[in-house]
Design a protein around this ligand. Structure first.
Ligand SMILES: O=C(O)CCC(=O)C(=O)O
Length: 386
């Protein structure tokens, strides 16, 4: 299922956006010092609202009531070959149909998730000047703390985030040293433990997906092990309450440029996935992880598993926190769908490409003003007329 999900064109911010901080603007609105959301936080209605040019609003509203599949891993451990095959099939169907699913009863210890939430909350409870000690360096978007500007467009989303690499080289200790004198060992351990657990879960899912596609179990996972130098990144997304939530977004619509994304959200809804003309909310389930297919897995599955557009909305009353682990292939690995998925004498749907090439395309085309969420379409093989 190839979706075309092109957004309106925005002007790109050429430099860091120097503006009041989200927290200041929120307080000014609540205190009545300003009475409308400053222009830069206001997103076009197609981005911020619930229906996207739906011709039939009844269908669109029905779509919104749907929910993404939930895959239960409870019976996997020590389960039969049949149980494993059933779970693999459920995951593949969820990926084909939605590009998203929730997974419950995983082997990730709940205290690892609790600890990383405590660390994220410790960070976002700091004054802005303290958080900004870890401000993302120019040219290294999404590494460090971001909150004043957006590198994707001139519109500013209602979000603060903190992120770094976990592998091939972990950046968490250097990051912590920028913020806390002498670092923060407890913070670093909670982040590393979370990433290690998310990575194990991701590897298991990649194995099950390969099995569900009748491929050798390690088809994808062998490239995504530490020994293969895969690229693993963590991110905390923090959404402050917003007094004008329907005019803005926390995270604008996008598709993930990775293989697999593993996300936990606190119990506040906000993550939404695109379905037809509507946005379907992914209801938080205690202990669950939201898993989604990234652009690379779409190519690696020869278009069987779509990488689907999603966004995060904000609300007026509560803050919201999501913690995410992104798994991307080793920089130099050429992504090409396995022959068995392509078929004899057929060509793969996408030209082979590496992560490094893809990221270069992503940022270059963004710089040239293309903010479509489907950069993967640049990698589609051109049709040759017979
Ligand atoms: O906060 C969320 O639920 C969505 C986060 C997300 O899509 C991202 O970090 O790429």
């Amino acid at each position: 299922m190839a979706t075309s999900c092109t957004l309106p064109t925005f002007q790109l911010a050429s430099a860091n956006y120097v503006s009041d901080h989200i927290r200041t603007v929120g307080a000014q609105l609540r205190g009545g010092q300003i009475d409308s959301l400053p222009e830069r936080f206001v997103w076009p209605t197609e981005v911020a609202e619930n229906l996207k040019g739906a011709k039939d609003e009844t269908i669109a509203k029905e779509e919104q009531k749907l929910s993404i599949p939930v895959v239960d891993l409870a019976e996997l451990d020590g389960g039969s070959v049949e149980v494993r095959a059933r779970i693999a099939k459920e995951m593949c169907e969820a990926c084909e149909e939605w590009g998203f699913f929730q997974v419950i009863n995983t082997a990730v210890p709940p205290e690892i998730v609790d600890d990383v939430y405590a660390s994220a909350r410790e960070f976002f409870a700091l004054p802005v000047e303290e958080m900004e000690k870890a401000k993302e360096p120019p040219g290294k978007p999404l590494q460090g703390y971001g909150g004043r500007h957006s590198f994707l467009s001139a519109n500013v989303p209602w979000i603060e985030y903190l992120g770094e690499y976990h592998t091939p080289q972990s950046g968490v200790e250097d990051l912590a040293k920028q913020v806390w004198e002498g670092g923060n060992p407890k913070f670093c351990k909670s982040v590393s433990d979370f990433c290690d657990s998310a990575e194990q879960l991701g590897l298991l899912i990649l194995e099950l997906l390969a099995e569900g596609l009748y491929l050798p179990r390690d088809t994808y996972s062998r490239h995504m092990r530490k020994s293969a130098n895969y690229v693993g990144q963590w991110r905390f997304n923090y959404y402050n309450p917003c007094p004008r939530p329907s005019q803005t977004v926390g995270k604008p619509p996008h598709c993930d440029p990775d293989v697999l994304t593993i996300l936990t959200q606190d119990q506040v809804p906000g993550l939404q996935v695109k379905r037809g003309h509507s946005w379907v909310t992914i209801e938080p389930l205690p202990g669950a992880f939201v898993v989604n297919v990234g652009d690379f897995l779409q190519a690696w599955s020869n278009d069987r598993f779509p990488s689907v557009e999603h966004r995060a909305i904000v609300n007026e009353k509560t803050d919201r926190l999501s913690i995410v682990y992104f798994m991307a292939p080793p920089n130099i690995l050429s992504i090409e769908a396995p022959a068995k998925l392509v078929g004899e004498n057929q060509l793969s749907v996408f030209e082979p490409f590496t992560f490094a090439e893809y990221i270069a395309t992503l940022f270059n085309d963004r710089r040239n003003g293309d903010v479509s969420t489907k950069i993967l379409n640049y990698m589609r093989r051109k049709k040759v007329d017979a």
